[in-house]
Design a protein around this ligand. Structure first.
Ligand SMILES: [Zn+2]
Length: 234
């Protein structure tokens, strides 16, 4: 865990606090674990963060952030259902692709016919004027352009979905399992899970937490966000 202000590692220490019971005047002590910015406590740099944090509060804050992260996936479908959903989406895309390609073929054939007809106008054997033909050709060309544009968009969408799925799949079962476990886990188990999925945790003034996930989980979430935003727009 690192200080969000100067970037140095936080150290933990047991702190003993003495306090006086007002009713009897008896002096008691209580111990608690705390984290400190080492550089700040030794004035080794001009860190403007907080120098001492209660470990209990920190742990709670981290668990809250992780709960938010995990809540995105804990109710997600299992991997088999995810795959079925993905395949359905892909099928829809391919059906659209086929339809666009058929339309494209049709318009290209029209264009060729019109082009051939031009030769007939040159020898005076056409029912149409060259102007009429060229206007018709422009219209067909525009239609071809529009379909090509749609096809390109569709191809990008397919590629995007594929890449997202590839990012999600390797960690899906594990991450989903942990997301479900996390809710019911003891603080010790939670810490273990957190240490598995994070690469860096920064702590700042007012117990602000910034969590950086491991590369593989970072990738997972990129893919996951992409796939689930696709689902929502359906
Ligand atoms: Zn610091």
């Amino acid at each position: 865990m690192y200080c969000a202000h100067c970037g140095c590692r936080l150290t933990s220490s047991m702190h003993t606090e003495k306090y006086v019971l007002k009713s009897t005047g008896e002096v008691r002590t209580k111990q608690y674990l705390r984290y400190m910015c080492y550089q700040r406590s030794r004035k080794l740099c001009d860190c403007d963060g907080q120098s001492v944090y209660s470990a209990e509060k920190v742990d709670k804050a981290i668990c809250n952030v992780m709960s938010d992260i995990f809540s995105k996936i804990s109710d997600a479908p299992d991997e088999a259902e995810l795959k079925r959903e993905y395949n359905r989406e892909m099928q829809k895309c391919r059906a659209k692709q086929t339809k666009f390609n058929a339309e494209l073929g049709k318009y290209k054939a029209q264009y060729d016919k019109l082009n051939d007809e031009i030769a007939n106008t040159l020898i005076g054997e056409s029912l149409y004027s060259p102007e009429q033909l060229s206007a018709a050709m422009t219209t067909v060309q525009q239609k071809i352009g529009a379909i090509n544009h749609q096809l390109e968009k569709l191809n990008n969408e397919i590629e995007f979905k594929k890449v997202s799925m590839e990012k999600v799949r390797p960690m899906y079962e594990q991450f989903k399992g942990w997301a479900e476990e996390f809710r019911l886990a003891s603080i010790g188990q939670k810490k273990m899970i957190i240490s598995q999925v994070t690469s860096r945790i920064e702590l700042g003034k007012g117990y602000k937490i910034r969590i950086t996930l491991n590369m593989e989980y970072e990738q997972f979430f990129e893919g996951w966000d992409a796939l689930s935003s696709g689902r929502k727009t359906e």
